[in-house]
Design a protein around this ligand. Structure first.
Ligand code: HEM
Length: 148
């Protein structure tokens, strides 16, 4: 029981950090940005990546090792939708990460660069999907979606 509580807690904290970092990117990664801002965004993006790994490890632990039997989730189509949405968020996050990495070295101190609008759109879709995932989580936690 204690292990399940701790891992679920870690699962939630990781979710909060992901929502916070993606929201920061949504607010700061727009318009003209300078050297200081892209250095900050690079750190925020790294924290995003690390918290996604922690979330995945906690999620896999809850799925296969502790708490309800693994089949509770493996046979639940709502859970599979949840995992698919998580993967889509991961794929969408690649473009902003590459853009930040590529331009971090390009912007000289005192210089500025325009953030393409498409980057903003990618992050906005990430945020919308991240708002939907908890809905799939609470539905599947009630056992709705189990395929017999
Ligand atoms: C951004 C991504 C994610 C969000 C927002 C999220 C959200 C949640 C929430 C809100 C719960 C609690 C549900 C409840 O007890 O009512 C939960 C539980 C759980 N999550 Fe996630 N989760 C995410 C990613 C993942 C991933 C990637 C996995 C697996 C690889 C996963 C596996 C689980 C499992 C197994 C539970 C336990 C459900 C239960 O108590 O029956 N989650 N998640």
């Amino acid at each position: 029981m204690t292990a399940e509580i701790i891992v679920k807690y870690i699962h939630f904290i990781a979710i909060f950090v992901i929502i916070a970092t993606v929201s920061i990117e949504f607010v700061l990664l727009r318009g003209k940005i300078d050297h200081e801002r892209i250095k900050l965004l690079s750190k925020v993006d790294m924290i995003y990546g690390m918290s996604a790994v922690v979330l995945l490890i906690a999620g896999l632990t809850l799925w296969f090792f502790i708490g309800k039997p693994a089949a509770t989730y493996s046979k639940n189509y709502i859970f599979m939708i949840k995992i698919t949405l998580f993967i889509i968020v991961g794929l969408l996050s690649i473009r902003p990460t590459i853009w930040i990495g590529r331009n971090k070295r390009k912007i000289m101190p005192g210089g500025k660069i325009d953030v393409p609008n498409s980057i903003q759109s990618f992050i906005l879709v990430e945020l919308i999907i991240l708002a939907l995932i908890p809905l799939t989580a609470v539905i599947m936690a009630k056992g709705i979606g189990i395929m017999i």
